[in-house]
Design a protein around this ligand. Structure first.
Ligand code: GLA
Length: 392
């Protein structure tokens, strides 16, 4: 957890005196355990919130300006509430700016300005949802400070809309939802079409979740992500000849897909759709085996998910494959897969606690030998979603 008194001292250094009205909020990063590239297809995902994320300190101002500053990112600025526009040069500040604009669009316009100080612990570009974490903590903090109702599902939707419309990234709902609604020691089974969800205890027993950061920035990700989305829409279009009501691949059962996949003309598009429909089914299987305490079966499903993302959806790439394949070969690894959008970023592995240090050694060494990159590893616990920090 961030050192709140050090952050408060920094806040006063940047924005000046009066510690009285400073409030602190925290939103985590997220890791998706299984259910990849299913959210925008109206399917299931199974993410969990991390114990590290973004802390936001804020204090009301007497004018209509917003102060943006961060302890770990370049740039700081003051902008009037009435002049908030997307500007590529403003980099990370576009996320909180977009939230302020979006709050106004939903009838929760700020009544006064605020000074904001962000402290981020999530490596940028690692696919652990640093941007969703900034968006959600900003929305939650500002709504609380304005005495507006805070509904975490609505906050997730508002943050997703900010990402889609203000930042211009065409993501699904998973990241913002997990960051807002996470719960300590639980993963979230979320149906992305209806937003029905439930927290499932993640009883890892003698195992640990280990995140491996390939430290390969996700360069290709945006264009390939949009292309995958288009291919899924194309598959729906083809299937509509038989299922005129179909709007999302997630509405199809596995059986229906198996019988009628021939309707999808382009073989690449058919493979994309196969991944989506099978991955949604894997999420439900994974939750079932987890609830039965069968971690070995859970791990096998994680591994099957990676294979499908590699061979059918084709979003892994040499770095993620090298790390995951090295992980599969280590004794004590129950399963390993890429997590997030792909093309770099992170893997997540389920590892026997006693094997964790051997895992980090071996996977690290083999990964560097194959790619020339130095990875980072985080042995992670599952934390809470967005909340106000007491004791500041
Ligand atoms: C990114 C997006 C999510 C989701 C994943 C893939 O993290 O932001 O909405 O689509 O990729 O599962």
């Amino acid at each position: 957890m961030a050192d709140l008194s050090a952050l408060k001292a920094r806040f006063i250094e940047i924005y000046g005196e009066s510690a009285a009205d400073i409030a602190a909020y925290h939103a985590p990063g997220r890791v998706n355990l299984i259910g990849e590239h299913t959210d925008y297809n109206g399917g299931y995902v199974f993410p969990a919130a991390l114990t590290f994320g973004t802390t936001l300190l804020l204090r009301p101002r007497s004018d209509r300006r917003i102060g943006f500053a961060s302890t770990n990112m370049e740039l700081s600025k003051q902008i009037s509430i009435d002049e908030l526009h997307y500007d590529v040069a403003d980099d990370w500040m576009n996320y909180p700016k977009g939230i302020v604009v979006q709050l106004a669009a939903v009838g929760a316009a700020l009544t006064r300005g605020y000074d904001l100080l962000f402290h981020g612990e999530i490596p940028n570009g690692a696919g652990l949802s640093s941007s969703a974490s900034i968006e959600v903590v900003t929305a939650y903090g500002l709504l609380t400070a304005e005495n507006q109702p805070v509904d975490k599902v609505k906050i997730a939707l508002l943050a997703q809309k900010t990402e889609n419309q203000f930042v211009g990234v065409n993501c699904g709902i998973m990241d913002q939802f997990a960051v807002a609604n996470g719960k300590k020691d639980h993963a979230i089974l979320l149906m992305c079409d209806t937003l029905e969800y439930r927290h499932v205890p993640f009883a890892a027993g003698s195992c640990k979740l280990v995140i491996g950061n390939t430290n390969k920035r996700r360069g290709l990700v945006e264009s390939a992500y949009n292309e995958r989305r288009r291919q899924c829409e194309q598959a729906v279009g083809d299937l509509q000849r038989l299922f005129p009501e179909l709007t999302l691949l997630g509405q199809l059962t596995l059986k229906q897909f198996q019988v009628h996949s021939g309707l999808i003309g382009d073989p690449t598009v058919r493979r994309r759709a196969q991944h989506v429909v099978e991955e949604i089914d894997r999420v439900l299987q994974a939750v079932r085996v987890l609830e039965e305490g069968d971690l070995a079966a859970f791990g096998k499903l994680m591994t099957a998910s990676h294979v499908s993302l590699r061979d059918l959806y084709e979003v892994t790439g040499p770095e993620l494959d090298a790390m995951v394949e090295a992980a599969w070969a280590v004794p004590g690894v129950l399963g390993s897969r890429m997590t997030g959008a792909g093309f770099g970023g992170c893997t997540v592995s389920l590892v026997q606690e006693a094997a964790v240090s051997d895992f980090i050694d071996r996977v690290g060494r083999e990964y560097t030998e194959k790619t020339g990159l130095t990875p980072s590893f985080y042995v992670c616990d599952i934390g809470d979603g967005v909340k106000q920090e007491e004791g500041i």
